[in-house]
Design a protein around this ligand. Structure first.
Ligand code: ABN
Ligand code: CU
Length: 710
């Protein structure tokens, strides 16, 4: 079914200046999208155009804070658009001033190609199914005749292929066969790869390997309930399901949630921030502050995942082309899922919808694109005194706020959880699931070290999932710095005056003075972390600067070598950090995307994105307005356990406040249980579990109903 027909497509009857939302960072409304497309259509009335992107062009930082903090004017409401015009190569792009109903910038950019939209991907499958040469190749690899309706393809951008460069809008079709539409086609990959021209709407070439591999005759491995019954069902248990989930864990919040939303502005615990969403980065968190007992302190101007790359490690042609830059080439927003209550998210949920432009410039909505909810967060702090057998105690449980989305990048699902803790920690957890990208192998084939046979005739190539986290800090003000922080042994030997007993160690902080200094890598031997800090805001006790410490240990280095296509196109992935100065130039937009604005079919040559921003590495990044980029992710050597669908693989990172708060910032969170030594001595209950803050639904698994009834 066409994706757009699944969405609540909104048509707007009257076109004109739509109402501007209260907050300048709010994503474009359906009415705004429609009004932008109407203006663009007028501007391009002599051309047949396809809309590719219509999105908010966020106000520049200075204008935003003049409005927000200095009573200045509301920044103009701008939209950025990309269209493809029939007969023209490249893209047309520009800016619309929605409030003034004018197209204020437009240009034709040649030799680039636009992001792929979900409708582009669907069209490719139809083109491939109807191509006679593809049909012939299907027969050659052993498909039954007339089975073209059972051919599926995952349409990927071509990445970059020098045979065509960026002159035509191309996709590579990774081919599969599904014997039945409920089967998983990833068990039956095909060995050839058609190249499709999206503008000409035809297959222009087919990459055929010199050694042909026949289609697998082994039964598909699938994962829907009816297949589980087939695989594991018995007379006693026909469904084949184990019993675990017949004993549900339910989340109850009898008094509702403790977050407040004013439009897109979230207030939770001491945090306040704006939740935005766009076609490309998906969730964007902006203007994040912390209410420090009445003093509202800025923390981050903007946080997002701004790019990612999934480089595959099989050196045989054409697999070098498999290195999806999923955010820049497809969009974490464009590919986002509608989420289901009680399934994707459990508990008391607030959803936000996401709005995009379809190819006609109409607004299409993904319902429930962003999930917002709270969960129990285990212990926040605890201490008991051994002197009275641990009766003197304080136990405080925490809760966390989670803002999440899930996007599907063809075969993979990326589940992204932005998690806020009451102590000011910000976590990003990624859960990776979905299906391995697979390629056919023959039964007797030696597939070498580049992949794993995860199922008969199915080779899953080694690959990495690397993300670029973009942090625009504003810790206690605009001027910030960044540093590595390494645990080092004393440089002085045992027996020396400075380190007589040899046990000394310390934290070495190396502040980046220039962009060049900031290109660093993770070091497990020194437990390396990174500090983002305000050197002008010193802690009254420690004398150290107000800091957010990035603790991130899933820092697989990019394994593709210097000179490889993927390393050229994703140079940022070769290092764990890069810090650059922020500038309001080009609507503040110039330094958002480290593989460039138009990623599809970029050769990786030239000074674009991170390569341009790093330049000679001489720009100053100390005590100034900086943007911090962090590469993190995992290297995935597939295993049969990952097939036919992957159990979620989890990796995460944290941003922790250090030298920001006077003392433990959660002392004012109500404990679940607290009893002092004098209360213990006097036989008093103290402020105990049953009267203070306990979860009254907790009970013993195998005994009395209520643990409090002792
Ligand atoms: N992983 C490549 C991809 C992503 C989204 C849609 C199609 C293909
Ligand atoms: Cu993987």
């Amino acid at each position: 079914m066409n994706r757009l027909s699944q969405l609540a497509s909104q048509t707007v009857s009257s076109v004109g200046s739509p109402p501007a939302p209260d907050h300048p960072l709010d994503p474009l409304s359906p009415l705004e999208i429609k009004s932008v497309s109407a203006l663009v259509k007028k501007e391009y009335k002599h051309k047949t155009i396809i809309f590719n992107t219509i999105t908010l062009r966020e106000p520049i930082k200075r204008a935003y804070y003049e409005w927000k903090e200095k009573n200045g004017p509301k920044p103009p409401r701008l939209a950025y658009f990309v269209i493809v015009a029939e007969g023209d190569t490249g893209v047309h792009e520009g800016i619309v001033d929605i409030s003034n109903q004018t197209v204020i910038e437009f240009k034709h950019t040649d030799a680039v190609q636009p992001i792929l939209t979900p409708s582009d991907l669907q069209e490719t499958e139809e083109i491939v199914r109807n191509d006679p040469e593809v049909a012939r190749q299907c027969e050659i690899v052993g498909l039954p005749p007339n089975s073209m309706d059972k051919i599926y393809c995952d349409a990927w951008t071509i990445g970059y292929d020098e045979r065509w460069g960026a002159s035509r809008r191309l996709q590579q079709a990774l081919m599969y066969y599904r014997s039945d539409e409920d089967d998983s086609h990833y068990s039956h990959p095909l060995d050839f790869c058609p190249i499709v021209d999206m503008n000409a709407k035809k297959v222009i070439f087919i990459d055929i390997p010199s050694k042909r591999r026949k289609i697998s005759t082994f039964k598909h491995s699938s994962f829907h309930p009816k297949h589980i019954a087939e695989k594991f069902g018995t007379k006693e248990n026909p469904s084949g399901f184990r019993q675990d989930n017949d004993f549900p864990i339910n989340i109850t919040q009898p008094d509702g949630v403790s977050f407040k939303l004013d439009g897109h502005v979230m207030s939770w615990s001491n945090f306040k921030f704006h939740i935005g969403f766009n076609y490309r980065e998906g969730i964007v968190l902006s203007d994040m502050t912390w209410n420090d007992h009445g003093n509202v302190r800025p923390l981050f101007h903007r946080i997002s995942l701004c790019e990612m790359v999934v480089p595959y490690g099989c050196p045989d042609f054409p697999h070098q082309r498999k290195h999806a830059l999923d955010i820049g080439e497809y969009g974490a927003g464009n590919c986002t899922n509608p989420l289901a209550l009680g399934c994707d998210c459990k508990g008391v949920i607030h959803y936000m919808d996401a709005h995009f432009a379809d190819k006609n410039g109409d607004a299409a909505t993904v319902k429930n694109a962003i999930c917002i909810h709270e969960e129990d967060d285990g212990l926040l702090f605890k201490h008991s005194d051994f002197r009275d057998d641990f009766q003197t105690t304080v136990t405080t449980r925490g809760k966390k706020l989670i803002v999440s989305q899930i996007f599907t990048a063809a075969n993979y699902e990326y589940c992204l959880y932005w998690i806020f803790r009451q102590d000011g920690t910000i976590k990003l957890e990624v859960r990776l699931t979905g299906i391995l990208n697979t390629y056919v192998c023959s039964e007797d084939e030696d597939i070498g070290p580049w992949g794993t046979r995860v199922y008969p005739n199915v080779n899953a190539h080694n690959h990495q999932h690397l993300f670029s986290l973009r942090l625009h800090p504003r810790i206690d003000g605009d001027n910030n710095s960044a540093a590595t922080s390494d645990a080092r042994p004393s440089p002085h030997p045992t027996g020396s005056k400075e380190n007589k007993y040899g046990n000394g160690f310390y934290c070495e902080k190396t502040t980046f003075k220039t962009v060049g200094d900031s290109v660093t890598n993770f070091e497990s031997a020194t437990a390396r972390t990174w500090d983002i800090f305000n050197p002008n805001s010193l802690h009254k006790y420690s004398g150290k600067p107000a800091t957010y410490k990035l603790v991130s240990t899933f820092c697989s280095p990019l394994l593709a070598q210097e000179g490889s296509l993927v390393r050229k196109r994703a140079c940022w992935a070769a290092n764990t950090t890069q810090v650059i100065p922020y500038s309001d130039d080009n609507h503040g937009y110039g330094k958002l995307y480290p593989s460039g604005d138009h990623v599809a079919q970029w050769s990786g040559d030239g000074a674009i994105g991170m390569r341009e921003w790093i330049g000679e590495g001489k720009d100053k990044v100390e005590n100034t307005d900086i943007v911090f980029f962090h590469t993190f992710g995992i290297t995935h050597f597939p295993a049969p356990e990952d097939f036919p669908v992957m159990p979620t693989e989890i990796f995460d990172l944290q941003l922790r406040p250090r030298n920001i708060h006077t003392e433990n910032p959660v002392l004012d969170v109500k404990p679940s249980y607290a009893r002092t030594t004098s209360e213990v001595k006097a036989g008093k209950k103290g402020v105990d579990t049953c009267s203070l803050n306990v979860d009254k639904t907790s009970r013993l698994a195998f005994g009395e109903k209520d643990c409090c009834k002792k």
